[in-house]
Ligand binder design. Structure first.
Ligand code: SF4
Ligand code: SF4
Length: 429
């Protein structure tokens, strides 16, 4: 085991390989508040990559309804249970500033990750990572419990009172999931064939189909269960982050060869997704660059948080938490930054409001944004989740996104532009 630094945990941790980092890292932000659960992303991925024999149960992108839904069934509850059993009562975050530099971004995780925890039943030398293999039945019914809420039994006369902020007492939300192309992948750590690798140019995690022997150690070790076994070829497969598009090789989309968003991102109807590449320094840390929209949302505004950071893989998928969901549930899922993220999102400042317009606004990956100030168009009183009130001023700013070479690829305003149809086209489509 090596010692590696995991910024999401605010500390070093054990990992089976030496620390190594790509030059750029594939990353994304999903805004849960906006998702309508339409599954367009799911079908865009399915119809591109997993429509063949032996892939019937494979959904590299899935959208599940929390708290009960999950693909495979109960994946998160099962790994959380294993971790808790291995380290009872100690899977906790410490939000006091850590003494060892660098300072944690959200808090320091004092529990054990999947690389550190040992389970009595999984103590065989070949098990480097705490995990489990889902049953065939658990891979079936990928959207089980769709739209199923939770909360206290409904009482006559209570109708409508269960849905008031800051927390609804009856609630559910959609959780959009793809492979997180983790910085410290569990799948890669567990593979006895060294068939899994992380690309130096973009941090995408791939399975070498020729080296894989189908031992399914990656399926067992991925805490997010995003590595999947294909019985017809007897090897494992996973999300490839649509790497031909990242490389700008999808000629129909970007004839000029610029990096492009993946299929699931491009298809998103709810405009909840923003995908990009963040630059990684020689020391493995994110290079400070607040004009990169992902860097801004995750490291500056801190409105987007990693999914189950306590697993320890440093996932590169981030989520703006849903405003209406009980905080204890969200804190288990996204760590200690939840309250601060929702407070910020509830009344976004001028810059945040502008950057939020970039979600699903264009296909080329946005490497840099700029804001041109516009006139003030309104203001409103907002009661924040903390109970404090604030006046949010709204400006019709223009946000401009640029691709890798500095070409403008999107320009949009905070206020949605309206167009009046000319008289002669009133009845035409
Ligand atoms: S989400 Fe799972 S499959 Fe994807 S890189 Fe992380 S550990 Fe590997
Ligand atoms: S396409 Fe977008 S809005 Fe629809 S389910 Fe997927 S993430 Fe949600």
């Amino acid at each position: 085991m090596s010692r590696v630094y995991n910024w999401q945990l605010g500390r070093e941790m054990e990992y089976p390989h030496e620390e190594a980092h790509p030059r750029w890292q594939f990353a994304f932000v999903f805004n849960i508040n906006r998702c309508i659960g339409c599954q367009t992303c799911t079908m865009a991925c399915k119809s591109t990559w997993t429509f063949s024999q032996g892939q019937e149960h494979m959904w590299w992108n899935n959208v599940e309804t929390k708290p009960y839904g999950g693909y495979p069934h109960h994946w998160d509850m099962k790994i959380l249970r294993l971790l808790e059993d291995a380290n009872p009562g100690n899977q906790v975050w410490n939000v006091e500033p850590a003494v060892d530099a660098p300072a944690p971004v959200h808090g320091r995780f004092d529990g054990q990750t999947i690389f550190e925890a040992k389970h009595p039943l999984l103590d065989a030398p070949q098990s480097r990572v705490l995990g489990y293999l889902p049953t065939d039945e658990e891979w079936q019914a990928p959207n089980i419990y769709e739209d199923t809420g939770t909360g206290p039994a409904w009482q006559p006369g209570e109708y409508g009172k269960t849905a008031s902020l800051p927390e609804h007492s009856v609630w559910f939300f959609y959780l959009q999931r793809i492979c997180n192309h983790c910085t410290y992948p569990g799948c890669l750590a567990a593979c006895p064939r060294n068939a899994i690798y992380k690309r130096p140019e973009d941090g995408v995690v791939l399975i070498d189909q020729k080296r894989c022997r189908g031992y399914r150690k990656c399926v067992e070790a991925c805490p997010y269960k995003k590595s999947m076994y294909r019985p017809t070829t007897r090897v494992s497969e996973k999300c490839i982050a649509c790497y031909p598009r990242l490389e700008g090789r999808d000629q129909e989309i970007t004839p000029d060869g610029q990096p492009t968003e993946t299929r699931c991102m491009s298809a998103c109807v709810g405009k909840i997704r923003l995908q990009g590449l963040v630059e990684i320094g020689d020391d493995g840390a994110w290079v400070e660059n607040r004009s990169n929209p992902l860097y801004y949302l995750i490291r500056e505004a801190k409105v987007a948080l990693p999914l189950y950071p306590q697993f320890g893989t440093e996932p590169n998928g981030y989520y703006i938490p849903p405003r209406w969901v009980p905080r204890r549930y969200l804190e288990q899922m996204f760590g200690p930054g939840v309250e601060e993220a929702i407070e910020r999102y509830a009344a976004p400042d001028r810059e945040l409001l502008a950057v939020l317009q970039l979600f699903r606004a264009t296909r080329p990956i946005i490497f840099r944004y700029e804001i041109q100030e516009g006139e003030k168009v309104g203001e409103r009183e907002v009661t924040l989740p903390s109970g404090n009130t604030t006046t949010q001023e709204i400006f019709n700013d223009t946000v401009i996104g640029y691709d890798r070479t500095g070409n403008e690829v999107v320009r949009t305003t905070v206020e949605e532009p309206t167009f009046e149809r000319p008289r002669q086209h009133l009845n035409s489509i």
